[in-house]
Write a protein that binds this ligand. Sequence first.
Ligand code: BYC
Length: 325
Amino acid sequence: MYAHMVKSEATSEDPEMLAAFQARIDAGEKIEPKDWMPAGYRKTLIRQIGQHAHSEIVGQLPEGNWITRAPTLERKANLLAKVQDEAGHGLYLYCAAETLGVSRDEMTEMLLDGRMKYSSIFNYPTLTWADMGAVGWLVDGAAIMNQVPLQRTSYGPYARAMVRICKEESFHQRQGFHVMMSMVKGTEDQKRMAQDALNRFWFPALMMFGPSDKDSVHSRQSMAWKIKMNTNDELRQKFVDETVPQAEYLGLTVPDKKLKWNEETGHYDFAEPDWSEFFEVIKGNGPCNKERIAARQKAWDDGAWVREAMMAHAEKKRARKLAAE
Ligand code: BYC
């Protein structure tokens, strides 16, 4: 269905329509599902929103692993609520993508056969309870940095989905920071676990913003269309500037020997992540890629009977309605 829409739209892209579309974007208007849009705009949105939705769903896996092992009932309830929120975020985002003419089933199939991606960060394992702190603090912290500007993105359904998502992400970030606070105030072993979690998640969190601007293939066009509001490097810098003082407050050390406050620029200088590792992870060769996709495949297969039953029910309802008319 999606390929068909892209093809049919490509034939109608005359320069005047493209210019009028760009003028609407430049004037800050929201584009709505029934509005005309260039095929490339639709395609980029499906890629980005779909990837974002998949990230929310796959992102439940590393944390779900710790629900049964949370140290107190309160921590368990908080983590359970957070993981449920991520499921909700995935659903809003799949719905936003569906308004562009792609179904959730199609997107899931594209995730499972490798045509669609999900965030690199969820291919790293969560080894200790402190990782629940580091994920909330750093991963949700990075997600907020990227998603707050997306509330102003040009595509209406995406921008509106972001408003609620951002509110919930800020609760997630705070609960993660609270876990870290408790650990650093605990025993020497707990403090060591908190430092170890920061050591392992720091650079993968920086990679969440995407490759450096010089290697970002989509940024220029996506920013012209206001599908992205900032470049990858701009957001990464903002994240470092805001997160380093939080690490200092926790009494933890950011694992970067090059990290230094730069008086002249008013920003921190920091080391680039290992980009060869990033590209390997997004190619499917990270520590947990196979496990994550296998879990999604199993959920998809296990749910087949539910999808079939719902379709059969809808068909019966439709037939009954027809017979009554
Ligand atoms: N991971 O041209 P570029 C969350 C790919 S989840 C994997 O800069 P773009 C949460 C990129 O797709 C947070 N792949 O791309 C959930 C492209 O490859 P393709 C998820 C990445 O799109 C649960 C290639 O690299 N947030 O919040 O302009 C628990 C070149 O990159 C990544 C979103 O998805 C990556 N990190 O910019 C807790 C936000 N980075 O597609 C938390 C919405 C890049 O051409 N997305 N690639 O094969 C975006 O803002 C943008 O898509 C990105 C990348 C900044 C991520």
